[in-house]
Design a binder for this molecule. Structure first.
Ligand code: SAH
Length: 228
């Protein structure tokens, strides 16, 4: 497909799947239109890049459905001064969206091969305001804390304590909370020492595997993983 066709396919994706379902934030809509989703998929999946669903990437993981990426980003309410922590780099697609809205993004992925791919791809797209780490994101990134915003793109049994502890006062965290196969997308806010959890809607994510989430055995991926 020539590049203009990808651009118009992205525009259609935004109109039909995202704007039509109520995402309104113009910065989010613009980012979804600009970031080349087609570049974040394995070669044999590019034809499905704009399909209205999650798609498999390498190492048994997934790239989220376009609507889910847009909706979670809108719920996170990222401002241009914000330092954002993302857990679950995966393909790097959500990272690319966040990097257009935030001052800086810190992203953690437990599977090294995915992190390396994402890092290379984002560098080739000229994305320069992202720091990368391989390890257990359920422990957060204490050296870079506090964060104004935290996004977790894998499902957890409960909100990992370390992440709440690394949230700035007035900060916000978006995370799927629930069982292994279905979760509730939850917005968590830290206000004056109080933590408020606001459930939003049902969703389905791969499992968040780590010390403050599901145990390793819950994962189907048995390749190389780095522990912090
Ligand atoms: N945001 C990604 C979605 C990736 S799927 C995208 O747009 O492509 C979720 C990712 O979370 C997977 O790559 C998985 O390996 C990763 N993950 C699971 N548990 C993790 C943990 N404890 N720390 C960091 N990454 C984790």
């Amino acid at each position: 497909m020539p590049p203009e066709s990808y651009a118009s396919a992205r525009k259609r994706m935004v109109d039909e799947q995202i704007r039509a379902r109520g995402v309104r934030d113009p910065r989010v809509l613009e980012a979804m239109e600009q970031v080349p989703r087609e570049r974040f998929l394995p070669a044999d999946r590019v034809a499905e890049a704009f399909a209205d669903r999650a798609l498999p990437i390498d190492c048994g993981q997934t790239i989220s459905q376009p609507f889910m990426v847009a909706s979670m980003t809108e719920l996170l309410d990222v401002q241009s001064t914000h330092r954002v922590l993302e857990i679950g780099t995966g393909s790097g697609y959500q990272t690319a969206i966040l990097s257009r809205l935030a001052a800086h993004v810190y992203t953690i992925e437990r599977i090294r091969a995915l992190q390396e791919n994402a890092r290379r791809l984002l560098a080739s797209l000229g994305v320069a305001n992202v720091s990368y780490a391989v390890g257990d994101g359920t422990l957060g990134w204490p050296e870079a804390a506090p964060f104004d915003r935290i996004m977790v793109t894998a499902g957890a049994p409960e909100v990992p304590r370390a992440l709440v502890d690394q949230l700035a006062d007035g900060g916000r965290l978006v995370i799927p909370i629930g069982g292994r196969n279905e979760q509730t997308l939850t917005v968590v806010e830290q206000r004056g020492g109080r933590t408020i959890e606001m459930p939003r809607y049902a969703c389905r994510f791969v499992q968040l595997i780590g010390r403050n989430a599901w145990p390793e055995s819950a994962d189907e991926y048995n390749g190389s993983v780095d522990e912090t």
